[in-house]
Design a protein around this ligand. Structure first.
Ligand SMILES: Nc1nc2c(ncn2[C@@H]2O[C@H](COP(=O)(O)OP(=O)(O)OP(=O)(O)O)[C@@H](O)[C@H]2O)c(=O)[nH]1
Ligand SMILES: [Mg+2]
Ligand SMILES: [Zn+2]
Length: 347
């Protein structure tokens, strides 16, 4: 354990977390931020430095949902004994980026907690896919996290401006930037988007250049970066765990492993479809499904070419996925609540 005193405010500790820490603090406990974890240990930073920590039995016992366990970016209360940390409690989160994790029971997996900016990273090669981006935008909106779209590998794309326009067309007011890890301007740009004591998470498919960008910000090859096999365009994930890193500029970034599939968990909110919502107000029927109803303003706009048919298809797909997810979630929560009740009764 590093002996020097660390100022945890540099990691983003503020009055919001301090207030909830004080409320239940027991003697000997310290506030700490989770900066990494693997199967067995968490890595945390507290005023005493960086420490390996384990979850206390109590947390494991009371946590029924995966999302109740500590995640990277969380503030936690720890007690430290012989240079080892024990995480006693997860402090309430300001927000978190999560996805649905499949298994026996549908559960929620927290990707990163307490985030100011989510960089939605998509490469300007075969990875470019507006449907996927739409999904990331919906997750960020539902989580109340400010998104910024980074289109990477601009150096190998021939129609960057066109791609920016297409992206802006589905993302409304969200800023869109094309970047290349080879360019100094991109460094300046991304660096300016991560302000001191603010936390930015990088999310996106494997191989889009998340770790390469973070290395650029760090000014060193600290994170491993990888090659995507051109033959399959699959490659293996280079980054295997989430990690929180303090930049020299004072900003805080979280690297995440590429996600193959991303499904929403938090209260679904469809964004980027404002145009459709506006049009729907002008349909003859308030509950118009925009299918075969007469005087449907949405269908009419598609015919007139003022609404993109593609955007409408995306909206329909997300609507039905949202409905299905809501049902599955209700079912899973019931199972999990039963489990929680049984534990409380000591079974
Ligand atoms: N041409 C070009 N290649 C890039 C750029 N950024 C990253 N790459 C390459 O893309 C590959 C993948 O980069 P990574 O940074 O490992 O991607 P990642 O998003 O961290 O991937 P995972 O860790 O698997 O999620 C590497 O071979 C990089 O050199 C870029 O701006 N331009
Ligand atoms: Mg990586
Ligand atoms: Zn309609």
């Amino acid at each position: 354990m590093a002996a020097n005193f660390v100022d945890i405010a540099a990691f983003g500790y503020d009055e919001f977390f301090a207030a909830s820490f004080r409320k239940e603090a027991e003697s000997g406990e310290l506030p700490a931020r989770v900066v990494g974890h693997n199967r067995h240990y968490y890595e945390i930073c507290c005023e005493k430095g960086r420490v390996s920590a384990k979850m206390s039995g109590a947390i494991r016992y009371v946590s029924v949902l995966k999302s109740e366990l500590p995640a990277v970016g969380d503030w936690v209360a720890v007690s430290i004994r012989q240079d080892k940390g024990y995480i006693r409690r997860v402090l309430p989160r300001k927000n978190y980026f999560s996805r649905r994790s499949a298994g026996g029971v549908v559960d929620e997996q927290v990707i990163a907690a307490n985030i100011d900016t989510a960089f939605l990273v998509m490469a300007l090669d075969g990875n470019y896919n507006l449907k996927r981006l739409q999904r990331y935008l919906s997750i960020a909106a539902a989580a109340r996290i400010k998104p910024v779209i980074l289109l990477t590998k601009s150096d190998i794309c021939e129609n960057v401006d066109e791609k920016i326009r297409q992206t802006e067309a589905i993302s409304e007011k969200v800023p869109v930037y094309a970047v290349s890890s080879l360019s100094n301007e991109s460094f300046e740009l991304v660096n300016s988007l991560v302000r001191p004591r603010e936390t930015a998470v990088f999310v996106g498919s494997s191989g889009v250049g998340k770790s390469t960008l973070i290395n650029l910000l760090l000014g060193e090859e600290r994170l491993a970066t990888g090659k995507v096999s051109a033959a399959t365009n699959k490659g293996q994930h280079t980054t295997s765990a989430r990690e929180l890193i303090l930049l020299k500029s004072g900003g805080i970034v979280i690297d995440t492993p590429g996600m193959r599939e991303l499904q929403m968990w938090q209260d679904e909110e469809l964004t980027g479809f404002e145009q459709i919502e506006e049009l729907a107000k002008m349909c003859r029927f308030a509950d118009c499904l925009h299918e075969t109803e007469p005087d449907c303003a949405v269908k009419q706009a598609i015919e007139e070419g003022t609404l993109s048919a593609e955007l409408f298809e995306m909206w329909k797909k997300q609507q039905s996925e949202t409905r299905e997810l809501r049902l599955q979630k209700e079912k899973s929560l019931k199972i999990l609540e039963t489990r929680r009740a049984k534990r409380k009764r000591g079974k």
